[in-house]
Write a protein that binds this ligand. Structure first.
Ligand code: CA
Ligand code: CA
Length: 452
């Protein structure tokens, strides 16, 4: 297997022309252009999505902050530095943000750790009072919480959000510096209404909401819902997520308490792609120790949602790998393990619903003895899953036939499109060994080749 290639190494002259055009476009044409000395090197920060590498390669492709001038190449190692780099003007300047070591999002501007109690302080919120106010025995199950404790909860949540939600503007590359254990802990990178964003070589951990909201009418028994995905794409286009690792550690769901008979869920998605996001490539990531892993489409009326997932590892995830609605979604060369890990027990892998047009091709499942091939898919009877070449424990397996044999809401087998952006497509047999070496954060060297 080859490394994620970096085929484009444009000359300085071409970069300068590009940069000048961008400066002209933002009305700064007279400012002298300084091209970073790193621009010509094939380092991780300047690398762009290769041609034909999934939906994000469509049209203008995905280059992130490649055209950044020297003033917009940042190295950050704290939440305050990361927030400053994301906001440094002008807003539409291409930028490269290199993360060195661990950035803890739950910290103040001086770097002091912030606790849930710090966020709640002064709002009047207390979990004890909240549980008393909205106990179904007195509040009932027919209406959402409202009143002083719900207002206090929302105020406390807003205070945490102001620290942990980090908005990523257009033309940005965020990349972990190899060899530094680059990590964003407790944070939620929010790519909202943005175009052309690259997120590479980062570990995301412990993204957790201090203030879950009780929703008595979510599902048949109510649910505790949390606000933050480690990475969330909303209304964004041309996004490349590559060689990252996502997980809940060190706060696994098994330590969540239960209130009103439901798990007090402090986590939401790992990487959610919603609200008409489109043209997204997710490759060589590692998803572990998580429940609601990847939502594609937030409702049945969402749109866009053309997403490619390839060469990702799903290990110890409960569900949504992904949950796909509406879009044209290509899943190839992904590797799934269904064995329970740290209390995360497999529910299903791929859910195709709301008319989703999924092509699942050359994926590999390591199926544990407690699970069946009929339990790898899920759906509502309107989604499709086409494609072949999938292996379960090395055996060619028709996933849809296995699912449909035991479910009444059948998954459809034909889709309205044919994937063409399929860089690196390979037979599934080699995936377990190859991806153990090549997926996730920390395996890339500074020049984009594999470290091990
Ligand atoms: Ca740090
Ligand atoms: Ca979410």
């Amino acid at each position: 297997m080859s490394a994620s290639p970096h085929r484009r190494s444009p000359s300085r002259r071409r970069l300068a022309v590009l940069g000048a055009a961008l400066l002209t476009a933002v009305g700064l044409g007279s400012v002298p252009l300084v091209v970073s000395a790193q621009a010509a090197a094939a380092d991780l920060g300047h690398a762009v999505l290769p041609a034909a590498d999934g939906w994000a390669a469509s049209g203008s492709g995905t280059t992130g902050g490649k055209a950044a001038d020297a003033a917009h190449v940042f190295t950050v190692s704290t939440r305050a530095e990361l927030a400053r780099a994301l906001k440094a003007g002008p807003a539409d300047a291409p930028r490269i943000i290199q993360v060195r070591g661990v950035v803890d999002a739950n910290t103040d501007d001086a770097g002091k750790a912030l606790t849930c109690a710090d966020y709640a302080s002064g709002t009047g919120y207390s979990l004890t009072a909240y549980l008393k106010a909205y106990d179904p025995a007195s509040w009932g199950r027919s209406k959402l919480p409202s009143g002083s404790q719900e207002s206090a909860r929302a105020a406390a949540q807003a205070r945490q959000a102001a620290r942990v939600v980090l908005s990523v503007p257009s033309r940005t590359t965020i990349v972990g510096v190899p060899g530094t254990g680059a990590t964003i802990t407790g944070g939620s990178l929010q790519v909202k209404g943005a175009d052309n964003v690259v997120i590479r070589n980062l570990t995301f951990g412990d993204t957790r909401d201090c203030f879950p909201q009780w929703d008595p009418i979510d599902g048949s028994s109510g649910n505790w819902n949390s606000a933050y995905d480690a990475v969330t794409l909303r209304g964004s286009t041309h996004v490349w997520a590559d060689h990252n690792t996502f997980g809940d550690g060190p706060h696994y769901d098994r330590s969540n308490p239960s209130y009103f008979g439901r798990e007090y869920q402090v986590h939401d998605g790992a990487l959610d792609i919603t609200n008409a996001s489109d043209l997204v490539t997710v490759e060589y990531n590692r998803f572990t120790n998580h429940d609601k892993t990847m939502l594609i489409g937030s409702s049945d009326s969402d749109h866009g949602l053309r997403v490619t997932l390839h060469h990702n590892v799903f290990q110890g995830v409960v569900q949504r790998a992904p949950l796909a609605r509406v879009g044209r979604i290509h899943l190839y060369d992904n590797y799934y393990e269904t064995a329970e890990l740290n209390g995360y027990a497999h529910s299903y892998s791929i859910n195709s619903r709301a008319g989703a047009q999924v092509v699942a091709q050359n994926n590999y499942w390591a199926l544990s003895s407690d699970r069946k091939a009929s339990q790898l898919l899920s759906g509502d009877g309107t989604g499709a899953v086409a494609g072949g070449g999938n292996l379960v424990n090395g055996q060619p397996t028709d996933l849809v036939a296995a699912y449909n044999a035991v479910n009444s809401k059948k998954i459809r087998t034909t889709v309205d499109w044919t994937p063409t952006l399929t860089a690196g497509l390979q037979p599934a047999a080699g995936l377990p060994a190859a991806l153990a070496r090549t997926a996730g954060a920390g395996v890339l060297t500074a020049s984009g080749t594999f470290a091990r």
